[in-house]
Design a protein around this ligand. Structure first.
Ligand code: SAM
Ligand code: F3S
Length: 441
């Protein structure tokens, strides 16, 4: 089998985006070249997400399309299922699909070359599970895309077992990377053009350096000291892991971004208890108050689930009240989706889809108004923006501020992705700011 080209399809979160860059790097270290679409690739990898339902159906329908493509063109010769669906359902899907060649879970990436050899020898291998503390993360093998914005893993896995969430089953137990390795990776990325680094972890504020015991405050400080970096960001924090030390650091660390993603999931204590979230509505409010006192400039963002089993109208209204009170700059809302093996999937009190859908709509309506008014408060101000490139439609360019706000502006001669620009905001919608380049002082 002559395997010369590859294509990686990425679904899901930023962790998957980074994982795909590592899968690409492993293939390239074996001499394969990237192509822009599955149609011309010898090897196609599906790097999947299983956080919400229909993940398996989505994979099956994509496998069906790839099967047809192979019958028509002979390509792709090899199809690998990677990521969270691979970890969770891989072996079963291999048995059901004719086009699938192998299954590779997120803890076993380094086995990819060996799996390809097995496939070439006629096998259909499965690599799943998590062993050791290294988690098969090899920064040197990551093919970096994204120019000035780069992702760096700080902590793998999750120990939380929120009752709705599949991640602890698909990404294993928490393993923090050594602080020195993270800082070295950041330094190398900044030396080659990165301006903003986002440190990744499912519960990043539970970070503990295995060598020194350093915590996230130490890590942010060490990364923030890297010369040439514009901003360090970090996602995702869990409310139960904010120490006074970390809260103080939010107002002190040099070059720290002003965006804090802190999911609260639900406003009702009864729902939070059944979610196994380990904080109350009041704990969350107090935490936000402490964070705002230490770092008033932060833009807060959150995740919310509606329609969790047993959620009644009153519970949902507690969620709306929290959203109205805190006024998040950004909110990701989801309808609860039962996931295999999770305790909540066996809870009684399913909320009808229609009811959950209506709640999500109401939530988004409230959030939309908040976002619009927060964004309008920027009109007339000047913000610093890291430019990403032309906006998808129209003649404008797009970038983001240090608080992750999208900013659109007309280009000028010599404009380039990765440049920093000072932008005077002239108008705002709920989802973006619009402005023009400020005259340099
Ligand atoms: N580690 C993060 C945290 O502390 O919340 C989040 C990880 S999860 C991949 C991202 C978001 O997806 C969660 O915050 C939650 O709102 C949502 N999510 C996870 N499982 C879900 C489910 N079964 N149904 C609906 N939404 C879900
Ligand atoms: Fe999932 Fe909760 Fe961990 S949402 S990723 S189990 S903190």
């Amino acid at each position: 089998m002559n395997l010369a080209t590859y294509y990686v399809e990425t679904w899901g979160c930023q962790m998957n985006v980074l994982d795909s860059q590592q899968l690409a790097g492993i293939l390239e270290s074996r001499g394969l070249q990237p192509v822009g679409e599955a149609e011309t690739a010898d090897v196609v990898l599906l790097n999947t997400c299983s956080v919400r339902e229909k993940a398996v159906q989505k994979v099956l329908s994509r496998l069906g399309e790839l099967h047809k493509l192979r019958l028509a063109t002979g390509n792709p010769k090899v199809v690998g299922l990677c990521g969270c669906v691979a970890e969770q359902e891989g072996a079963r899907l291999l048995a059901r699909s004719r086009v699938l060649s192998f299954v590779l879970g997120p803890g076993k990436f380094k086995q990819l070359p060996g799996l390809l050899e097995e496939v070439e020898a006629g096998g259909r291998p499965v690599a799943q599970g998590f062993v050791g503390s290294d988690r098969d993360y090899d920064a040197s093998l990551i093919v970096r895309r994204g120019g000035a914005r780069q992702l760096v893993t700080a902590i793998h896995g999750c120990n939380q077992h929120c009752s709705f969430c599949v991640v602890p089953y698909t990404r294993g137990r928490e393993v923090s990377r050594p602080l020195a390795a993270i800082v070295a990776e950041v330094r190398q990325l900044v030396d080659t053009g990165a301006r903003e680094i986002t440190l990744l972890g499912q519960t990043i504020n539970a970070y503990r350096c295995p060598a020194s015991g350093a915590d996230l405050a130490d890590l942010l400080t060490a990364v923030g000291e890297v010369e040439g970096l514009w901003r360090v960001q970090f996602i995702t924090s869990h409310p139960a892991f904010f120490t006074p030390r970390l809260i103080a650091a939010l107002g002190q660390v040099p070059r720290l971004g002003s965006y804090l993603h802190l999911p609260f999931q639900a406003g009702s204590d009864a729902v939070l208890r059944r979610m196994h979230r380990r904080y109350t509505n009041q704990d969350y409010r107090e935490l936000i108050a402490a964070i705002r006192a230490a770092a008033p400039h932060l833009t807060l963002s959150t995740d919310v689930i509606v329609g969790f089993p047993g959620e009644n109208e009153e519970d949902f209204e507690a969620t709306l009240r929290l959203v109205e009170e805190i006024r998040f700059g950004q909110l990701f809302g989801f309808i609860y989706s039962p996931r295999p093996r999770t305790p909540a999937s066996r809870y009684p009190g399913a909320v009808p889809r229609q009811v959950a859908g209506k709640r999500l709509e109401r939530l988004f309506q409230v959030q939309e108004e908040i976002q619009l008014s927060l964004n309008q408060s920027f009109i007339g101000r000047t913000v610093e923006v890291l430019l990403d490139g032309p906006a998808r439609r129209g003649a404008l360019w797009q970038g983001r501020g240090a608080d992750n706000r999208v900013v659109n502006l007309p280009p000028w001669e010599g404009i380039a992705a990765g440049q920093l620009a000072r932008v005077t905001v002239l108008a705002a919608t709920a989802h973006a700011l619009f402005g023009e380049r400020a005259a340099e002082a």
